[in-house]
Design a protein around this ligand. Structure first.
Ligand SMILES: [Zn+2]
Length: 67
């Protein structure tokens, strides 16, 4: 197994099911509604997850996020 993590993207297994299903922002966990943009794709346990985040950016501060 070669688990090469994508730089900057969170671990899928640390996200909530709603974040995994792109219903909530993968970064700040807010409900995305009709907006959102693709952050990146992460492969986990043979499945490819497409992560979505807020547009233009997350409105709530994210702990540990340098931006
Ligand atoms: Zn967000």
């Amino acid at each position: 197994m070669s688990g090469r993590p994508v730089t900057g993207l969170p671990r899928i297994d640390l996200l909530t099911p709603r974040q995994q299903m792109a219903m909530n922002c993968a970064r700040c966990a807010q409900h995305l509604g009709m907006s959102g943009r693709v952050w990146g794709e992460v492969r986990h346990q043979g499945l490819l997850f497409r992560l979505w985040i807020c547009v233009p950016d997350c409105s709530t501060p994210v702990p540990g996020d340098p931006a």
